[in-house]
Design a protein around this ligand. Structure first.
Ligand code: A2P
Length: 301
């Protein structure tokens, strides 16, 4: 069974979910349905992925299927606020709820700290300067209104989370970051966890679908990962997913392939030993596959 963790809101979050970034609209509906029927209990979506309406169709069909026995409240659903909506947060969530065909989210995240018009095309003239305190107040109102059960942030550097904590009435419940053995982010995670904020790891497999430079050896092909896979009779992907879970995080591997969707869930019948976790930690080179330079503002330096 999928393990869960308590959030600082009192809710529980499954430590495993389906990522949907780079899942094409034509593929994501089947992927979400396959995942839910295979036993997934957590779907990670975002407005900017351009596929929330298809994710919503999948959710609606599965929840309407009485034979499935899967109800809305059995699934933890996350979405994220994109950059052009930092000044219209309530409207953005409203659109996401409409697309996902839901009354509420389990978690709504500010996707990144920078506000601008447009989706990914960056022009410095389009940068908007909206105080973090104002954005967070709007996020808190959404939780007050019951439209989302928890709020959080993604891709925020440590100092901005520090700043956020200084203005928050409701502290963030979750911080979502790129995290895998090439980017362990120990100091960041230590800070976040000491404030009782839960960490979700995205790109846990080292983002192989978008592989663009970085360490010479792909994470899924690293000899240490393969050695542990062999030792546990598991695949490299399962070792990487388990690493995050064994570190106490939530892990959201993306796949649109039915076999890999199932493979990625089959990680609750084994566990890495502490020394094996440490051996994977030792691969850390602080490499981010997603550098966010397209924001125009180097949020990580
Ligand atoms: P696909 O969707 O065709 O399965 P990450 O979550 O680190 O960003 O990785 C997602 C990428 O990894 C996608 O390209 C996905 O391709 C691929 N992937 C997902 N699961 C596995 C797996 N079990 N083994 C190998 N590659 C995988």
């Amino acid at each position: 069974t999928i393990t869960t963790v308590p959030l600082n809101t009192g809710a529980t979050m499954p430590q495993h979910g389906l990522g949907t970034w780079l899942s094409k609209p034509g593929e994501v509906k089947d992927a979400v349905k396959t995942a839910l029927y295979a036993g997934y209990t957590h779907i990670d979506a975002a407005a900017v992925y351009g596929n929330e309406a298809e994710v919503g169709e999948a959710l609606a069909e599965v929840f309407a299927d009485e034979d499935s026995g899967i109800k809305r409240e059995d699934v933890f659903i996350t979405s994220k606020l994109w950059s052009q909506s930092h000044g219209s947060i309530a409207e953005a969530l409203n659109q996401t709820l409409k697309d996902l065909q839901l009354d509420y989210l389990d978690l709504y995240l500010i996707h990144n700290p920078v506000a601008f018009q447009g989706e990914t095309v960056f022009d410095v003239a389009e940068l908007e300067y909206i105080p973090l305190a104002a954005k967070w107040k709007a996020m808190e109102s959404l939780q007050d209104a019951g439209l989302t059960r928890a709020i959080g942030v993604s891709n925020f550097p440590t100092a901005l989370i520090y700043e956020l904590l200084s203005v928050a009435r409701i502290p963030p419940a979750v911080v979502q970051i790129e995290r895998h053995p090439y980017n362990v982010q120990k100091l960041h995670v230590d800070f976040v966890e000491r404030h009782h904020i839960h960490v979700t790891n995205y790109s846990p497999l080292g983002n192989p679908g978008k592989y663009s430079g970085g360490p010479e050896t792909k994470l899924l092909e690293h000899p240490k990962v393969l050695e542990l896979a062999d030792a546990h009779n598991k695949t490299a992907a399962q070792i990487l997913i388990r690493w995050g879970i064994d570190k106490g995080a939530t892990v959201i591997p993306k796949s649109v392939n039915p076999d890999r969707i199932k493979e990625n869930l089959a990680v609750f019948d084994f566990q890495l030993q502490p020394h094996e976790v440490a051996e994977l930690d030792a691969l850390d080179v602080g490499h981010r596959y997603l550098d966010f330079t397209f924001l125009g503002v180097p949020i990580f330096t």
